[in-house]
Ligand binder design. Sequence first.
Ligand code: ZN
Length: 497
Amino acid sequence: MRIGLAGISHETNTYCQGLTPKDAFYVIRGEKFSETAGQHSDVGGAVDACNALGVEPVGILFASTQPSATIEREAYEAFKEEILLGLAAEMPLEGCVLLLHGAGVVDGIEDLEADLCRGVREVVGDVPVAASFDLHGNVTQAMADELNAVFACHHYPHVDLHERAAEAVGIVHEMARTGRRSRCSVRSVPVLLPTTTTYEGVGETALARLLDLEKQSGIVDLSWFHGFPYTDVAHVGSFVAASYFPEDQAEAEGALDTFTRELWSTREQFRATSLSAEAALAEANSRAEETGGGPVVIHETSDNCGGGTPGDGTHLLRAMLEAGLGGEACFSFLVDPEVAAQAHEAGVGATLRVSLGGKTDDLHGEPLDLEVYVKALHDGRLIMQHMFKGAPLNLGPMARLVVDDMDIVVASRRSQTFDQEPFLSVGIDVMKYKYVALKSSNHFRAGFQQLAKAIVTADTPGLTTHHIEVFPRQKCNRRLWPLDDQATYPEEGASDG
Ligand SMILES: [Zn+2]
């Protein structure tokens, strides 16, 4: 059996400046798909599942990049054309698995996934097509209508992307063998959820409930898409998708009703607290006192490259320097290729004056004028150890700088901090610090939840702030919680289903 693998995966933050061009994407083509085997990524999981089932994975094209601005039209059209022509050339295929995000926006196309899935369906005809997703997708029934099954990752941090892609391969394989076809229904709940981990609290409870409902209903899958609020599209919200065989429609509808109504009725529990940099440091200090030292992890959720921000924000770092935390604190990392290059040119042991961070826009803070000591350098080529375990991550030239005894790491390429590797690469053992600062919303938890004595969220001004009310919404005319007190679910004037 031969199954086509393809996808375009992008979390589009439409509030970012400019457009994301084609050359911003990394691509995997043809034989290169097999090199992802063993990686805990969606592509790696799909390849592994094919190998385990004795299926030939026919890799066409997978294109992805860091979350960023709206995708340039020509970039999307070129990737889409390559996928459609590639699939057409490989027909007959017994099935197809798409590796998607769900929150892709193209210049002139608000729903990347619906457009791409429609194109794929036209090419492959009635063969089974399933797709894996990031739970931050804003997904539509128009997209689901083209698919036989939908599998969003369940966890945030997304440690199960590979498992969900493997499930997509599994159901396509089953449907190709049996001739049966499942279908998908999507319900949209008018809430803008702040970034919510599933490792604890209300996110953990909601996920457990979803999995319980899925089990009780006996359907193929229930997927909860938290949704991506940092985007101005008509269909923004939070979503639940059910995949089911036609005879199980009543069970699927019942599970969708139950989960969406519970999500709506518990919405206040999702409301995020928001601490300024100074308040977060005060909170970190009291948590350190309570827990007998550290490390207390302070994550700057509002400058999360994983949501489209520049990663060079200086609000938290400035507060830490002003607080005089010295050798008790480390920060990894800020994205500043200019300073990384200066440090590499000066070499280990050099002292130099730099203008650090705050170079992309005014929102994320002013540059810091600092005299820094270059303690260590690294090429930035890392292997991820928790989320995307086994996959390479290239942060470009990195430097460990010391300012007033505080360790500050800079990298050259945009990314959030997923695990300890950006610290370890330049010789920093986070267990020796009272305060460990990083930029990420929740993915860092995969690598830090176990070791942190406490985790404190800093919500400084930034493009991924919890203050979602600051983003103008021109495309969306839904009444959305928490922006509008009049929001209801089921929505007035909308059919429930
Ligand atoms: Zn996500």
